[in-house]
Structure formats: C-alpha cells, structure tokens
Design a protein around this ligand. Structure first.
Ligand SMILES: [Zn+2]
Length: 196
C-alpha cells in the first residue's frame, strides 16, 4: 500500500543538483533510470507557464497497469526547467507515484476503476465530483498524510484544495480528514517499527 519511502530512496540516487537548469527530456531520462519499472514518464510544454517553471501530474494507465508521470515545462524556455527546491521536487514525484499507486491497488481489487462513484456530492461541479469520488478521497488522503508528516500538522496543499472546493462541514471534507488521520496513524506506526 505504501511505496512513497521506497520511491523517495530511489530518487535520492538520481543525479540532480539544486539550482540546476535542465531540459525536461533530460529530467525524464534521469528519473526513468531509477523509476522505470513502475513509472512511465511523459513530458510536455505549455505556454502559460512562466520561464523555467514546471508542473507535474500523474495518471494511472489501467490498460498497462503502469503509473504515468507527466512533467510539463515552459514553452517560453523550450522545455528547459529550473528546479529550485530539489527536496520538494522529489517529494512531489514520490507523492504522485504514491497517489497513482493507490489507484493501481483500487484497480487490482475490483478489475476496474469506479470513477463515477461519488460520495455525497449533489449539485457539484465536475471538479468537485472528481474530488468527491471514493477513489480520489482515498488516494488524496495519502497525499494529505504525507504532507502532514513532512510539513507538520494541518499543513497540506491538498487539504487546502479540498477546503477551497467544499464548505467546512461538508461530508466530503470530513471523509477526507478522517481518512487522512488514519493514514497518518499508519505512517507513524510504520516509522516507529522502522526506528525500533
Ligand atoms: Zn487520483
């Protein structure tokens, strides 16, 4: 269920320097050298991104049983990106892989992703419906727990994203939090058993 630490370990072996300018195809090559068994990497360019900026996202490819990591660089610099915070960059890659791995397990469990199964979300926008599916709440709970573990209690970009979309006592938000706390407990138990 939990592969984040393993992925992060692998990422520490990648030849990447803080404050390095590099092309996304080079970034793909270096990351692929350690992640290739589990993750396929795609790259793209976007003209709405600032110079040297990049964004990352993930996807679970059901038909191949593989995780897809998409790195998009700025068209203004022809795909050359600048990784300012290497620590955060590695965290984000491992977090995305973990999130998609949860989808992989969900898929294995029942042979298809039930993307339409929405948890208590009527009159929702498409984006809210996406965030409210059982599968996404479960996968995002890991994102939240990982951020809590790294940045401290209550500090999570993913949680902020849900808070922007749902009112304070909305069942979706409550479900996410409940699940996140459970994952935090799981991570703590894990960390304790490793320390022991
Ligand atoms: Zn997802």
């Amino acid at each position: 269920m939990f592969i984040f630490d393993d992925v992060l370990q692998k990422l520490h072996k990648v030849d990447l320097q803080r404050g390095e300018y590099l092309h996304i195809s080079e970034l793909k090559k270096r990351l692929s050298s350690v992640l290739k068994n589990r993750v396929k990497i795609d790259t793209g360019q976007d003209d709405t991104l600032d110079r040297y900026q990049h964004i990352m996202s993930g996807l679970y490819l059901e038909e191949y049983g593989k995780i897809l990591l998409i790195i998009t660089g700025s068209k203004n610099t022809k795909g050359v990106v600048f990784i300012e915070d290497l620590d955060r960059f590695k965290f984000c890659v491992a977090q995305i892989v973990q999130h998609e791995y949860v989808h992989h397990l969900q898929h294995m469990k029942r042979s298809e992703l039930i993307v339409d199964d929405v948890f208590m979300c009527e009159k929702c926008t498409d984006h809210q419906r996406y965030l409210a599916t059982y599968d996404e709440i479960d996968a995002y709970a890991y994102d939240v727990a990982l951020e809590f573990r790294k940045y401290g209690w209550g500090r999570s970009d993913v949680l902020e994203l849900y808070k922007r979309e749902f009112t304070k006592n909305h069942p979706v938000l409550r479900r996410l939090l409940k699940k996140s706390y459970k994952k935090v407990e799981l991570l703590n138990e894990r960390d304790r058993s490793i320390d022991a």
